[in-house]
Write a protein that binds this ligand. Sequence first.
Ligand code: AOY
Length: 480
Amino acid sequence: MAGDSQLGAQLDNILLVTDSYKVTHHLQYPDNTSTVYSYFESRGGKFRSTVFFGLQYILKRWLVGPVVTREKIDEAVAIYKEHFGRDLFNEEGWNYILNHHGGHLPVRIKAIPEGTVVPYKNVLFTVENTDPKCFWLTNYLETLLVQVWYPMTVATNSRYQKEIICKYLDETADNLEGLPFKLHDFGFRGSTSVESAGIGGAAHLVNFMGTDTIAGIMMARKYYACPMAGFSIPAAEHSTITTWGREGEVDAYRNMLNKFPTGLMACVSDSYNIWNACDHFWGGVLKDSVVERGKNGGVLVIRPDSGDPAEVVIKVLDILGQKFGVTKNTKGYKMLPPYVRIIQGDGISYESLSTILECMKVHGWSSDNIAFGSGGALLQRIDRDTQKCAYKCSYTVINGKEVNVFKQPITDQVKKSKKGRLSLEVINGEYATIQEGHGNPKEDLLQVVFENGKLLRDFTFKEVRANAELEMVKKRQSDS
Ligand code: AOY
């Protein structure tokens, strides 16, 4: 039992990664059911389009290869017997997969390529059993597969923030060059687990290149063949400043300049009085050192971390502008000298970004002076309802007869589901889900990514990023 814990738990037991009630569902379908076909969609939600991302991680982590073994079946038998107080587990069905499929799951999963941006209310992936005896397996997998809502929703939320920043750079900056580093992931500590931080961190990196969430980098490396998906810089936290004592604040800042004499360096500056820190320390006692550091290509990034974000950002920019001077860029907006920038990492969300950037614009400041950090709102302040993610059966074969199935609750039209076999096509330049098997297979954008235990498509992070890139960025890249 090498690798097993004290309780003899089989690691990664797919038989146990489901909701309890699903363990009883093989007994509930009509007699002679031979196919169950289900699909996943965003039924609506906060953002009109979703970035599809993260299914490949789930497939590689849980479904690829001979994932059913004698030991896992034995463990599931014992666990479910105790859990329900009786024998309900489909031991025969799982034994069949072990004996007739070598433990490979007899299902086919078709999905839109990862990184694709699809309007909500369209099919994103479909699942069906490939062995008629395993009709019950399709929805046994729902619990695990629907967890794709998380990476998909983080990638979507992050991309909508990229759209906002892009718009303001387009209006107030010389170019869009800085965009990939304008929203830095601060969310590791606010995540519910290292695994979640990895998944969410990687999802943010679909759109951006800056992160402090190392777990996200490791996830992109292992599951999406990306050697280094994200970058960071030396930066202070409050402890590295406050340990110098209140009287030692300026010495702490001077030490930062000395220890990091070149390149980008960020310093949180609100430990006591952000106005004083900008006015009398960075722009006063330390000003010559900051300017000198600039001559070696150094960039000091000042980080306020409290107060009303929009107000604080404007006031910090005004103080730094007075102290270090300002120039006007090609669009007529104010720029600090190239060796001083700011990063706002407190209170950043999809909602607050527009407020801050609009406030900067109104006050004549280019958005190129600032970068943002986001933690809780980026990786945690979302749920499955943010994009109303759901997995529903739309087609079945019973007694050899094909049946289109759906739900249509009188109490909620939003919960109405699609009917029949589905294909995702572009019609008149727009994504459309074709129902009831009426789609044209040649036009179907859903690709088989998994079949009978094998991964059939392996997307690289580079492909995912290219698929998710903003239209404005793609246009600028093709123009130049
Ligand atoms: N990191 C840019 C690099 C990162 C951070 C991480 C929570 C950074 C801060 C910074 O400049 O200030 C986790 C809070 C901050």
